[in-house]
Write a protein that binds this ligand. Structure first.
Ligand SMILES: C[S@@+](CC[C@H](N)C(=O)[O-])C[C@H]1O[C@@H](n2cnc3c(N)ncnc32)[C@H](O)[C@@H]1O
Ligand SMILES: [Zn+2]
Length: 277
């Protein structure tokens, strides 16, 4: 059974060559890169929702240099060693997957039968994810209206992306897990200090935000420093952050001239289990 459902009538979507169809004949064509656009026009709040091409390209440039590898490793190890999966093949969804780096590097395991899905509201992101990571299946959709069958996923991953507790609870199997990566107190402290006069530590509210639907299985803190030796890389990191659109010209110049900086990466990795009601 396909785990992807029609965003209009919620019936299962079946593949016929290059098209997916539901029983009511709603049709979705595969794009040439191999992804589906399942975001109904009436669910779009702007013409191109989500991260734009500039942010997505910056994210790919930064991640591919390996700066966040300790976080990737931590997610991989958590899935392998700390979740009580009885079987080796999973159905996994990376929600708000961006350009697909985590979908591929944190989730793909040695089992060709595992089905790995990635979704993001940004068409740019999904397009380049699908183009590069052919073993996974990507589709454009909102985390608040996932075109995913109820109780179909063993694992959900959400890395710095919007979380919808009810929707995540619906798509997860009863014995499934949700892994959320979110910024911890000192994340990007030095970058924020270049931009603002005072640094406000990040608040951690994930457990509270998800508490009605999920209980915490385990929590880890992952902190490490990265050394950026070129202004280009610092600029890529800057474009990945929400600070980008709130940066004065003066701060932009500081970033453009900074060829040597240590930046703290500080994350919470929270593993949650759906509460059975
Ligand atoms: C900070 S980025 C993280 C991307 C990726 N998980 C990573 O860490 O590389 C947040 C992502 O959430 C996506 N996004 C924003 N609103 C969304 C929504 N309502 N549904 C799904 N994705 C959304 C953005 O397009 C963006 O790719
Ligand atoms: Zn339909």
């Amino acid at each position: 059974m396909s785990s992807i459902i029609c965003p209009h009538c919620k019936a299962e979507l079946i593949r016929y060559d290059k098209t997916y169809k539901c029983e009511q004949n709603h049709c979705y064509d595969l794009a040439k890169e191999g992804y589906l656009n399942l975001l109904p026009v009436n669910k779009k709040k702007s013409k191109s929702p989500g991260d734009n091409d500039l942010m997505i390209a910056a994210r790919r440039h930064f991640l591919e240099q390996g700066y966040y590898n300790p976080l990737i490793e931590a997610i991989r190890n958590t899935v392998k060693e700390e979740l009580n999966f009885k079987k080796k093949t999973f159905k996994v969804l990376d929600s708000g997957c961006g350009e697909g780096f985590y979908t591929q590097h944190a989730l793909r395991n040695k089992h060709p039968k595992s089905q790995i899905f990635g979704t993001d509201i940004s068409k740019y992101a999904v397009k380049i994810a699908a183009k590069k990571y052919k073993d996974n299946f990507f589709f454009v959709s909102s985390a608040y209206h996932l075109p995913v069958a109820t109780q179909s996923m063993d694992l959900l991953l959400s890395v710095f992306s919007p979380n919808d507790p009810k929707e995540f609870h619906r798509v997860l199997k009863t014995d499934g897990y949700l892994i959320v990566a979110s910024p911890a107190e000192n994340h990007m402290k030095q970058l924020a200090e270049l931009i603002y006069n005072d640094f406000r530590p990040h608040e951690h509210k994930i457990e509270e935000d998800l508490a009605a639907q999920f209980e915490v299985h385990l929590g880890k803190r992952i902190s490490f420093d990265i050394y950026l030796k070129s202004a280009e890389t610092l600029q890529a990191l800057h474009k990945m952050t929400p600070y980008y659109y709130n940066t004065s010209k003066e701060a932009q110049d500081k970033i453009a001239n900074c060829n040597d900086i240590t930046v703290t990466c500080d994350f919470h990795l929270t593993v949650l289990k759906p509460i059975q009601k």
